[in-house]
Design a protein around this ligand. Structure first.
Ligand SMILES: Nc1ncnc2c1ncn2[C@@H]1O[C@H](COP(=O)(O)OP(=O)(O)OP(=O)(O)O)[C@@H](O)[C@H]1O
Ligand SMILES: [Mg+2]
Length: 254
């Protein structure tokens, strides 16, 4: 089998504050292949964001091994990661296009090409015509779409999404799920997607990593055996229901 794109072996993370040590991640091993979309679910405070921060190179880990990329294609988190958070975090004094361009600016990429790419990405997420608007002139869902375009502008190899649709209403969220599916199919990026939505996790994921309460361990790494091209009707299929029921059970919520 080809070498995994991401290989986590017995990864451990302890936060040390002045008063205490918090074991956030006890022992996690996961292999992610290039081009997969892996959903991550688990109880609040279990260590999901911590895991993404380790992968983004924002936090060191305290044990085990984290490998991304290969010797032939070394991975540089400062260039190769795009992140999307629960809030869009757009700079309110910058127009939408300028917000999307920010990572390219920071990395010193050629601006002319980046500008073109930013326009294409805005069109892809359905925001053509809003390039010169300011964030406050867009709805929450539109702002989050701009944040997704921003995460893609420097063509990163890995997209880390931390509950990106958590703040959206149910209908907008379903629409964003469909759009993300399409973006993923077109771009073939490797995506790690943290969510509290069990249905969302199954709908989007090639796999679902189910984590335990803190300290986080992997309760199960599920392979979601559904067709790659999915529409909302798939949620009524029997095996979709089986996957969600299994996750509720693992999370002790059934
Ligand atoms: N910088 C930090 N310093 C100390 N403790 C931290 C720090 N960041 C996170 N923690 C602790 O580590 C644990 C895991 O936090 P984390 O944010 O990774 O959880 P999470 O799974 O993302 O939760 P949620 O679903 O609520 O976002 C929590 O107990 C949290 O209090
Ligand atoms: Mg979190």
């Amino acid at each position: 089998m080809a070498e995994s794109f991401i290989s986590l072996t017995d990864v451990r993370k302890v936060y040390r504050t002045r008063r205490e040590e918090i074991e956030a991640i006890q022992n996690i091993s996961i292999e992610v292949q290039a081009g997969e979309l892996v959903s991550i679910v688990g109880p609040s405070g279990c260590g999901k964001s911590t895991l993404l921060k380790i992968l983004a190179g924002l936090h060191p880990h305290d044990g085990g091994e984290v490998r991304i990329g290969s010797a032939a294609e070394p991975f540089d988190p400062s260039r190769d990661v795009g992140m999307v958070f629960q809030q869009p975090l757009l700079l309110k004094w910058r127009r939408i296009l300028e917000n999307v361009l920010l990572p390219a600016e920071i990395l010193g990429l050629p601006m002319k090409q980046s500008r073109e790419r930013a326009r294409d990405l805005l069109a892809m997420v359905g925001l053509a015509g809003f390039e010169t608007n300011y964030p406050y002139q867009l709805s929450g869902g539109m702002q989050q779409r701009a944040a997704i375009a921003r995460a893609l502008v420097h063509d990163p190899k890995l997209i880390l999404m931390d509950e990106p649709f958590g703040a959206l209403d149910a209908l907008t969220r379903e629409k964003m799920n469909l759009e993300l599916m399409q973006i993923w199919r077109e771009s073939r990026k490797t995506i790690l997607f943290v969510t509290h939505g069990i249905q969302e996790a199954v709908f989007l994921g090639s796999h679902v990593a189910v984590m335990t309460a803190r300290p986080a361990r992997l309760a199960e790494y599920m392979t979601i055996d559904l067709p790659e091209k999915r529409d909302l009707a798939i949620k009524t299929q029997e095996n979709f229901g089986e996957y969600t029921r299994r996750i509720y059970k693992l999370l002790d919520m059934d």
